[in-house]
Write a protein that binds this ligand. Structure first.
Ligand SMILES: CC(=O)SCCNC(=O)CCNC(=O)[C@H](O)C(C)(C)COP(=O)(O)OP(=O)(O)OC[C@H]1O[C@@H](n2cnc3c(N)ncnc32)[C@H](O)[C@@H]1OP(=O)(O)O
Ligand SMILES: O=C([O-])CC(=O)C(=O)O
Length: 386
């Protein structure tokens, strides 16, 4: 047995995948064969989900069917709404509500929870489609309760991104805003075996089920070292904008031993290619708005931070990651910062499902080994003698 320990499994290859390919040295990301730059701004979210589930883009007729199928699966029952209302009344964070809502989602479905369908051209299990369809409803329902408002019923005539924004606000969003959100959803839909995706694969490797995989993956996405970073990024950017002193802010944080949220990555040693996609999308979105000034601070902060990180950690290349511009774009789209990480989940749930199905296609139980470093040669003494 190989007794070498690789902390955090860094650099260890654990699966073959057709879903996404990351080149961390050159800053390239390919989703289902398409460079992210090409896909993100052109595809609808539904097209990208189809691509992951079927390993090809849909024809126009297939896309219509797939869109309608997802739209028909958006509703939640009164029982699931109750769970979300309780979460909102108890002021639980949005990611906790999403985890509870995901776990409760199979109250609403008769679908077989344990799918053993391979990925590819065969129909994707209905439960995978259901989970993708229902995430926006879970989040928007919780958020409406949190605001003291009634939930807004989903609308089947709106696309996935537009309907999510509609359920959050009750207003039909304009096209530019929908395109901004759709670009975001396409950009973060899949990313190799990141922590939450690995979690989903590990869960189904025991031949557990898709709801369990999605629920566990939400828990993994929540942490600030993974999907929890963009809320703090926005707070940091607002502080910096107010102070007008990006360099002073960065120096202070690094001197205090704190990490700069939105920088550094396990795989990329150069700027995350998704940062460029999201930065351009933000630029397009806010060109006409009063936030132009704020966006200038965002860009200036990025330059100052990357420079300071180079000096601070010369041995580890720390560059901008996807979460930095996620904060700017989602803010521009009007998503409240408390919902940034759940909105990441709205996109990534499709990646989790596709990976879970891929894992099941050629499954081996995921079960690494540990090296024991505890005490040895202890012998039992009864409690009264200890
Ligand atoms: C969608 C996503 O999940 S993207 C990531 C979102 N998370 C963040 O932006 C949080 C900030 N970034 C980080 O914490 C890290 O860069 C991670 C978690 C993303 C990647 O971490 P790892 O690959 O495990 O690297 P690790 O934590 O070992 O850091 C290596 C060194 O760089 C430093 N470092 C890493 N990121 C940062 C940062 N953002 N700011 C300051 N220092 C950093 C570490 O302190 C460490 O320094 P040391 O060797 O002197 O102890
Ligand atoms: O790949 C990772 O480790 C984190 C990340 O960027 C993602 O999940 O999108």
């Amino acid at each position: 047995m190989n007794d070498t320990i690789t902390p955090g499994l860094e650099g260890v290859t654990v699966a073959e995948t057709r879903l996404s390919d990351i080149d961390g040295e050159n800053g390239e990301l390919v989703i289902g064969g398409y460079p992210i730059e090409e896909l993100a701004t052109r595809a609808t979210y539904e097209e990208t989900v189809f691509l992951l589930f079927h390993d090809r883009l849909p024809t126009a007729a297939e896309l219509d069917d797939f869109r309608s199928d997802l739209a028909s699966r958006r509703g939640i029952s009164a029982s699931v709404r109750d769970v979300l209302r309780h979460a909102a009344e108890a002021e639980k964070p949005a990611m906790d509500a999403l985890r509870m809502g995901t776990a409760a989602a199979n109250l609403d479905t008769d679908e077989e929870a344990r799918p053993f369908h391979p990925i590819g051209d065969e129909a994707t299990p209905a439960l995978a489609r259901r989970l993708v369809a229902v995430f926006p409803t879970i989040i928007a329902t919780y958020w409406r309760y949190r605001q003291g408002s009634d939930p807004v019923e989903p609308r089947e005539d709106l696309g996935h991104a537009a309907n999510y924004l509609y359920m959050l606000t009750g207003d039909r969003p304009d096209e530019a805003v929908v395109r901004g959100l759709e670009t975001y959803l396409n950009t973060v839909i899949d990313h190799g075996v990141n922590a939450s995706t690995f979690t989903a694969r590990t869960v189904v490797s025991t031949e557990s089920d898709l709801v369990s995989a999605a629920t566990a993956a939400v828990g993994s996405l929540k942490g600030p070292l993974h999907g929890g970073a963009p809320g703090p990024v926005l707070e940091m950017l607002r502080d910096v904008h107010e102070s007008g002193d990006p360099a002073g802010y960065v120096t202070e944080k690094l001197a205090a031993g704190e990490r700069l949220m939105g920088f550094g990555h396990r795989v990329y040693r150069v700027r995350d290619p998704r940062a460029a996609v999201l930065s351009s999308a933000t630029d397009r979105l806010i060109a006409e708005s009063s936030d132009v000034d704020f966006f200038e601070t965002v860009r200036e902060f990025e330059t100052v931070a990357v420079e300071a990180l180079r000096e601070h950690n010369p041995d580890r290349r720390l560059e901008t990651n996807v979460e930095f511009y996620t904060a700017a774009l989602l803010d521009g789209v009007g998503v409240p910062k408390q919902l940034f990480t759940p909105t990441f989940g709205v996109s990534r749930v499709a990646g989790w499902m596709a990976h879970a199905l891929e894992q099941l296609d050629n499954n081996t139980l995921i079960r690494p080994v540990s090296r024991y470093i505890g005490e040895t040669n202890r012998s039992w003494t009864p409690a009264k003698d200890r």
